[in-house]
Design a binder for this molecule. Structure first.
Ligand code: PHE
Length: 449
């Protein structure tokens, strides 16, 4: 089976691929922006607690279901449920996740396209092409269509090469590059005037804000989006893990890396906001609220980079290249969800399936670009506020309620050293059965009400 199906060739390869999926625009832009608009360090504290206590157990449910199934998400969920209603729900949840991943990719590709345009802009400036540079910075239909298409083609090119030569190989190259760029930028920003004020806002919590309902809901939603839950992505990545691997520690590494990069991205972005403010760029209103969330990255940061002179061109290039890389390792995981289904269910050739599905997603993206005001926010809301929490909750219910408990434990224990059959695994099945569904349900209700 595994000679026909793809499989990650090494532990490092899997960790880079799954962490690559998790680390994306959600960490490097979403997390710092949410932190800034939700009370700084208090949000960081809530996020850390929720990511480890709730998102990690939910991630384990998806990875375990996937490795047990050794197949696409629909078939994996079918395998652990009973015929009839169980199999019908398996289809709804598995296929729902695949649709959710595809729709997320359709808006993600647009934002990633902006990142790519912003990456090339300093090159155009350096080459003495101001007209090209300003075309790249101004939002226009043609620019958005071109760069969205370009980003989708890159994603397709990687995914059509399969698991080992595509996903694993590129994640192993791109993820370490991302870390190097991130740390270099932090080192630079922290030497600037105003940075220390930003650092303080980021690291010293105002605990009186911690129980604000919006703060908790945003923190949990952020943790969920960030770990790519509720999209079938982690189920399918789980299916490429060998039975010899220790799933518990693999999942823990992915969570740690994801949380670590979000935290480190905050170390860059929050001080950078205060540096920009010190340089006269208006970021916060009189009351201390963020003036603009969406446009911050494209207006404020380039203004900051401009003020650095020639060095700014390099910094700007590095920053947006970093954003594009992070987006690419996430988008390949989103595309793998529908592609693996088409290959296994309809026996399609992988390359063909990738191009066909990539084409369909590009059409959805173009429709969003043409109807930007009406569709962009709507697709984000439907997928991240409704789809992900609901489908993630269903995966916990599948693992906790529909899967025979003995089989669940047997799967999770494969590859686990005997000494590590610890307390955690006595607690986890119970936890995934009650605590996770209730808490995720609360988040979902909160976003509906
Ligand atoms: N986790 C990714 C990010 O933080 C986004 C993502 C969501 C990836 C859903 C795959 C599936 O940007």
């Amino acid at each position: 089976m595994s000679s026909v199906r793809g499989e990650f060739s090494s532990r490092f390869g899997f960790i880079m691929a799954a962490a690559g999926s998790a680390v994306g625009l959600g960490n490097i832009w979403g997390f710092p922006t949410q932190t800034a608009s939700n009370g700084g360090a208090a949000f960081v504290f809530a996020y850390l607690v929720l990511a480890f206590c709730l998102a990690y157990p939910a991630l384990m449910a998806e990875l375990t279901i996937g490795r047990h199934g050794q197949s696409n998400a629909v078939a994996a969920l079918r395998k652990i449920s009973k015929p009839g209603l169980g199999h019908k729900s398996a289809f709804i949840v598995g296929f729902g996740g695949i649709v959710c991943a595809s729709l997320i990719l359709s808006f993600y590709a647009i934002v990633a396209g902006w990142m790519m345009a912003a990456t090339i802009e300093p090159l155009a400036t350096a080459a003495g092409q101001p007209a090209v540079a300003s075309w790249l910075t101004e939002q226009s239909l043609i620019r958005d269509l071109l760069f969205t298409a370009f980003f989708i083609v890159l994603t397709v090119a990687i995914i059509s090469r399969g698991v080992e030569n595509g996903i694993e190989k590129w994640s192993k190259r791109l993820m370490p590059a991302l870390l190097i760029i991130l740390f270099s930028l932090i080192a630079y920003v922290l030497t600037q005037e105003g940075a220390m004020k930003g650092l303080q806002a980021y690291l010293v919590p105002d605990f009186s804000r911690i129980f604000e309902p919006k703060l908790l809901v945003s923190a949990l939603g952020q943790a969920f989006f960030s770990l790519s839950l509720g999209t079938s992505v982690m189920v399918i990545y789980g299916s490429y893990i060998s039975k010899k691997e220790n799933l518990v520690s693999l999942g823990a590494y992915v969570t740690l890396i994801d949380v670590f990069i979000a935290f480190v991205a905050g170390l860059l972005i929050i001080p950078a906001m205060y540096v920009a403010q010190a340089q006269g760029v208006q970021i916060f209103s009189e009351s201390g609220a963020l003036l603009s969330e969406d446009t911050l990255v494209f207006q404020v940061l380039p203004a900051l980079f401009d003020s650095m002179g020639t060095v700014g061109l390099v910094v700007s290039f590095a920053f947006f290249a970093l954003m594009s890389i992070a987006a690419l390792t996430s988008s390949i995981s989103m595309l793998e969800a529908p592609v693996s289904y088409a290959v296994e269910k309809f026996g399609m050739n992988r390359v063909q399936a990738t191009w066909v599905i990539g084409g369909i997603i590009a059409l959805i993206s173009f429709t969003i670009v043409f109807n930007f005001a009406a569709l962009f926010g709507l697709v984000i809301k439907v997928t991240t506020q409704f789809g992900q929490p609901l489908l993630g909750l269903m995966c916990c219910i599948f693992a906790g309620w529909l899967w025979h408990r003995g089989d669940l434990l047997q799967e999770i224990k494969q590859g686990l050293p005997e000494a590590e059959h610890t307390l955690f695994w006595k607690v986890w099945p119970w936890y995934i059965k009650y605590v996770c569904p209730i808490c995720i349900g609360l988040v979902f209700l909160n976003s509906v009400l």
